[in-house]
Design a binder for this molecule. Structure first.
Ligand code: NAP
Ligand code: ZN
Ligand code: ZN
Length: 349
């Protein structure tokens, strides 16, 4: 086994703290990676605090991983020692179901293996994520980082990037479409950048008036303050697509009013029951849809990385040492992220 160091939460009420554990030795199909950077997703916080009631402790979060290959198994053809690579939210899936055969591992019908907090097939233990110094992953779930991208900023593409790229592509956003993005955090800022790069006219829909200037710099042409009813009324029946990244339960009905006839709101943020209830009159009388979407498959994640390299789309990151992880979580809860924290793993040494 390989000795690894990381940060783990040991219960839903304890802060993350240093944690020593072991990784499996790389098998013939595996890539061993020295982790250089790892982004902090709001899902990490949900998971560390057991907000989805599925966490097994200790949990080492982190699924926006960028690192350097240090060893490869004898069957590995795609990667070699020294390559800069990335790992996102998935490290395995059944590989046989319709989802997997279509390259949509995120919709694996028998269940995928998440980068952390999933049973690991090879060892029978739980997977541990990227808040650590190393990881061992099957080559089929490792991504190539295009050489032109600044690797310090790449990590958030692996979750925030693909989670917003995938629905923007699935709903075929094109030049001139009116796209609304709800919530200017990690996911939201990537949604703005990617939709803008696809040629859409983007409106940032936010609860934070002080983020207006940034939203425009990121690519939004308009900024809509969601707590301002007059402004919301002005944007009624306006959008072709809305990407909703709000991280918890909320009343979606005021946002549904913003959709045009036949348009769709894609929920990617709130992975839970919406307590408000759904006003179906919104759907029935304007043929609107509410949909959901989860991350993206491996093929699409590589496509997204290449797209970002081609269009020079990179996250805005605030680099932190791992010792500041608990502080970063508190700031995330205050909507104070500009716009993704990334852990510099050199701080773990
Ligand atoms: P984040 O960085 O904390 O950003 C969330 C933003 O939502 C905040 O900055 C804030 O933006 C807005 N917001 C927060 N609370 C709100 C409320 N009560 N009402 C209205 N707006 C609110 O979070 P993130 O990392 O982008 O993640 C967002 C959510 O997506 C999390 O729940 C995460 O678990 C989920 N997620 C889902 C997937 C998937 O595959 N579907 C993948 C990754 C993450 P403003 O200040 O602009 O209002
Ligand atoms: Zn994530
Ligand atoms: Zn499958």
């Amino acid at each position: 086994m390989i000795k690894a160091k990381g940060y783990a939460a040991k219960s839903e009420t304890s802060p993350l703290e240093p944690f020593a554990f072991e990784r499996r030795m790389p098998g013939s199909q595996d890539v061993q990676i020295e982790i250089l950077y790892c982004g902090i997703c709001h899902s990490d916080l949900h998971m560390a605090r057991n907000e989805w009631q599925v966490t097994v402790y200790p949990v080492v979060p982190g699924h926006e991983i960028v690192g350097k290959v240090v060893k490869v198994g004898d069957q590995v053809k795609k990667f070699k020692e020294g390559d800069i690579v990335a790992v996102g939210c998935l490290v395995d899936s059944c590989r046989h179901c319709h989802g997997c055969q279509d390259g949509l591992e995120q919709y694996c019908e028998t269940g995928f293996t998440l980068t952390y907090n999933s049973p690991e097939k090879e060892t029978g233990g739980m997977t541990y994520g990227g808040y650590s110094d190393s990881i061992v992953v099957s080559q089929d779930f490792v991504l190539k980082v295009p050489g032109s991208l600044d690797i310090k900023a790449v990590a958030p593409l692996l979750c925030a990037g693909i989670t917003t790229y995938s629905p923007l592509r699935h709903w075929k956003v094109k030049k001139g479409d009116k796209v609304g993005v709800v919530g200017l955090g990690g996911l939201g800022h990537m949604a703005v950048k990617i939709a803008h790069a696809l040629g859409a006219t983007v409106t940032m829909i936010t609860t934070s008036p002080d983020k207006e200037k940034d939203a425009r710099r990121l690519g939004a042409s308009d900024v809509l303050i969601s707590t301002n009813k007059d402004m919301m009324d002005k944007f009624a029946n306006h959008f072709d697509l809305i990407i909703n990244t709000i991280p918890r339960t909320h009343d979606i009905n005021p946002y549904l009013e913003l959709l045009k006839r036949d348009a769709t709101m894609v929920i990617v943020g709130a992975v839970e029951m919406l307590q408000s209830g759904l006003d179906t009159r919104q759907l029935i009388f304007k043929r609107k849809s509410v949909a959901g979407s989860v991350i993206g498959g491996i093929r699409e994640t590589q496509e997204m990385l290449d797209f970002c390299a081609e269009h020079n789309v990179l996250p805005d990151v605030e680099m932190i040492p791992i010792q500041k992880i608990n502080e970063a979580y508190e700031r995330m809860l205050k909507n104070d992220v500009k716009y993704r924290f990334v852990i510099d793993m050199a701080s773990l040494k």
